[in-house]
Write a protein of this length. Sequence first.
Length: 341
Amino acid sequence: MTSPSMQTASSPRRPPPSLPRPNEACWCGSGDKYKRCHKEADYLFLRDEQKRLEATKIRPGVISPRRPVPPEIQRPEYAESGEANRGSGRLIRTSEEIVRMRRAGKAAAQVLRTVGEAIKPGITTDALDALAHETTIKLGGYPSPLNYGKTEDRPPFPKSICTSVNEIICHGIPDSRALQSGDIVNVDVTVFLDGVHGDTNATFLVGEVDEESQRLVRVTRECMLKGIEAVKAGRPISDIGRAIEQHADAHGYSVVRSYCGHGICEVFHNDLQIPHYFDPKANTRMEVGMTFTVEPMINAGGWQDRLWEDRWTVVTADLKRSAQFEHTILVTESGAEILTQ
């Protein structure tokens, strides 16, 4: 972050995320009260920015029919009904399960890499989904998001990956919208292979992307790595969120609170939850043999979110951009092994 400088109310500098009260000192360092310095300019700036964001916000496109999976491919328990279970509650994995987790993680990483290489202006997110679906099946796996997560008020997820563009935080449904130069897009891949899931995602730049969005993407990846570095057997899960939140805060960003990392192995999401902000209630101790995801969602604006009518797509409440990165990790005696490298 840059240090304060002497500025007038006509300065074009972007106001900080948290603004002072009218009678407090202005954020610019002038020494004047905020109401006499930047208050009016900030109001006009934020009004115009909100108009711009409303004009450019992502709108849903046409969703193509569900893609078939060959009958010889092993399926997770929800593949037909859409209703997933949370598993047995066992969090420590056997050596045999870990071998299978490595294979599933490697496959997920390969699918993500293949899709990432295809991203360019003009390609639709549905075309990316088709590529991911085909690649997953060629590797002998089932695309874990497909037909997952049915509840009383939500249909199962209709596609094989999640594609979250710009202000979409997570769970974006691939559709007919073409990516545009300047977009950022998160691709979330999970592969069910050999009876276990491997889960990973990354945010990609599409064409010529502004420096502010590039910085958001770069810092978000750093947040994920900070969270993974905090993994130590015997320490509480809350250490992961503390490390992530500190790094995001230092760069003026916020951490999404409504969605978190999760335990993963034979079921897609088990009861182990990994908050990406500091939550003292996340006091479960990490143990050697645990497998879970670290997947911070970092917003350029506030942390609040809202849900589209499709009951899946999550967007930032203020329509500012969001980025995410994810790895599935194994807790080891020396820290963490990334299974989706």
